[in-house]
Design a protein. Sequence first.
Length: 283
Amino acid sequence: MRNTYLLLASIAFSLVMIELGLRLASGTYYAIAVYNLEGKPRLFQPMRPSSSGDNEIMLLGDSFTYGSGTINNETYPGFLQEMIPGSTIINYGVPGYNIGDVYELYLNHSSKPFIYGYFENDAELSSYNMVKHCGLTPEAAFFHEVFGSMKLPYFVHQRTINLLFRLNIPSDDRTTVYLEHINSEESLEGYCVRKVLRKFNPEHGVFFHLPSYPIYHFRFYDELGSEAEDAGFRVFDMPKYFESRDPHLSPSEMLTEDLHYGARGNLIIAQGVHEFLINNSFS
């Protein structure tokens, strides 16, 4: 039995090393996020087409906007469509998106009004577009992916930094950003989110941070609304709205089995967004 466990462990280790070698050999230093390359939205059944393209509102985000684990009409975009029958709500949420991917998609539709629901995993430095729009070297992103996300002791991070220098990675601004942030209180992801957020043209944009449930407050996410306001967005305080609505519901009442919001949670999100749009004359 012990030999069987050792064999399985060695196979698993070999697979990890093969993957690592393939990434290094191919120049793919980052994990590719699940990304809809065609940029097609999740369609409602039936889809409500707009012949002129007027009155379309684009909802950007990841699997929480998409509505993983729920049917179309029980996603937050689905509920919002019922509340705003005069507009066409386009669900551009795609599982696996982070803010770099969202920005890439936004560039193709930047003339439309949009609402960006930002969830915690949108900060993950795990896709080409995050690296691209944050201005990091792929090497820095790779080493962050392997070491920086592991909450390891300082000496391990220091060894990573030394390895960066041994590989003769140019000490330009991008690498300097990595070295400054890997051991700091603010994560590298936090730096990138702030940087990419300011690339949007927020003239017709609404931003809200979609909290996990139960609601927990972390410094970076609590400050994110201020960051978005400084970037020019109209900002909706979704965590505060959640806490004012149903603060005592259990996670099983709010979430699907895979921990995404279910119909009840999505309805609260849609109601909050709808109230905000009415009160702020969004168009």
